[in-house]
Ligand binder design. Structure first.
Ligand code: F6P
Length: 323
């Protein structure tokens, strides 16, 4: 099938760099003579027909903006085949031959449903602050989230040092500790708790006590939200240590916003272009990712079946560097 018209949407939790990805998709498509439609509010907008044509100027001045101009939503109702059918009818109604979906896990599941159930040519671009998709070293938005968290933690360290306090900093990461791990390494945190490793608060307390005895009075402990809340971790540390002042900072949604880093933007540009080229080559049902600096396309089902693993040596390194 010769593709003449494509649609683009963003879905799931927003990630900084989604706009850069939209821009890359729209501009690449226009470069290749395609017509482009933007679908608002992710799969919900596809079901409801919130669709409008985009031109080169629709994406002017957005490369440096966080969030997504196409808006986004979590749409569990897209699992329902009746809703998928409505979405497919809308695509037909607008003459959209193929779709680029930008987002995380849920967006891949939706892409797989459209491709495998309804034969809609789909290519996914991984965008999520969590970096929790296999077959790509990085997702769009991860680097920005890490840098945003890092900037905040550097500031927290100033007050922690001044007051001789222990700070527990809770970062995002529902199912994995990739943000926590990266941020722990980059901020020089004393310890990190991630969902992939059973939490050992006793060990952290021993480390803090040892540090205290040799005159180290402030520490940063990073906790991924998927393990336990920062408040719970702090309460446990307070209970088990004597005399240590423990405070908590929950970084929360600030990690999702802000201007994307150069890395997030350049990744979005590369993957946006690759997604459109893949559609033109007739290679559908794939996610484009970057593995060892190369853009690689992987079958969506394979990505969904595979859990991204963390690098245990990174986890150990946090311990080595804090001893
Ligand atoms: O998927 C990214 C993420 O930021 C997670 O780390 C976090 O737990 C979740 O989204 C929050 O999602 P919501 O926007 O639905 O509150």
């Amino acid at each position: 099938m010769k593709i003449k018209t494509i649609g683009v949407l963003t879905t799931g939790g927003d990630a900084s760099g989604m706009n850069a990805a939209i821009r890359a998709v729209v501009r690449t498509a226009i470069f290749h003579g395609l017509k482009v439609y933007g679908i608002n509010r992710g799969y919900r907008g596809l079901i409801d027909g919130e669709i409008a044509e985009m031109g080169p100027t629709s994406v002017s001045g957005i490369i440096n903006r966080g969030g997504t101009i196409l808006k986004t939503i979590r749409c569990p109702e897209f699992r329902d085949k009746k809703n998928q059918k409505k979405a497919v009818e809308n695509l037909e109604c607008y003459g959209i031959d193929a779709l680029v979906v930008i987002g995380g896990n849920g967006s891949l599941a939706g892409g797989a449903a459209l491709y495998y159930n309804w034969k809609v040519p789909v290519v996914n671009i991984p965008a999520s602050i969590d970096n929790d998709l296999a077959f790509t070293d990085y997702t769009v938005g991860f680097d920005t989230a890490v840098n945003t968290a890092l900037e905040a933690i550097d500031k927290i360290r100033d007050t922690a040092t001044s007051h001789d306090r222990v700070f527990v900093v809770e970062v995002m990461g529902r199912d994995n500790g990739l943000i926590a791990l990266e941020v722990a390494l980059a901020s020089g945190a004393e310890a990190v708790l991630i969902p992939e490793i059973k939490p050992d608060i006793g060990k952290i307390c021993r480390l803090l006590d040892k540090g205290h005895k040799r005159g180290k009075h402030s520490s940063i402990i990073i906790v991924a939200e998927g393990v336990m809340s920062g408040q719970d971790a702090a309460a446990e540390i307070r209970k088990r240590t004597k005399g240590l002042e423990v405070r908590v900072s929950v970084l929360g949604y600030m990690q999702r916003g802000g201007s994307p880093t150069a890395f997030s933007r350049a990744l979005a540009a590369r993957l946006g272009e690759a997604a459109v080229v893949l559609l033109l080559k007739g290679r559908y049902g794939r996610m484009v990712g970057v593995i060892g600096n190369k853009v690689i396309a992987t079958d969506i089902k394979k990505v969904l079946r595979t859990k991204k693993t963390i690098d245990l040596s990174d986890y150990k390194l946090v311990g080595v560097l804090s001893s």
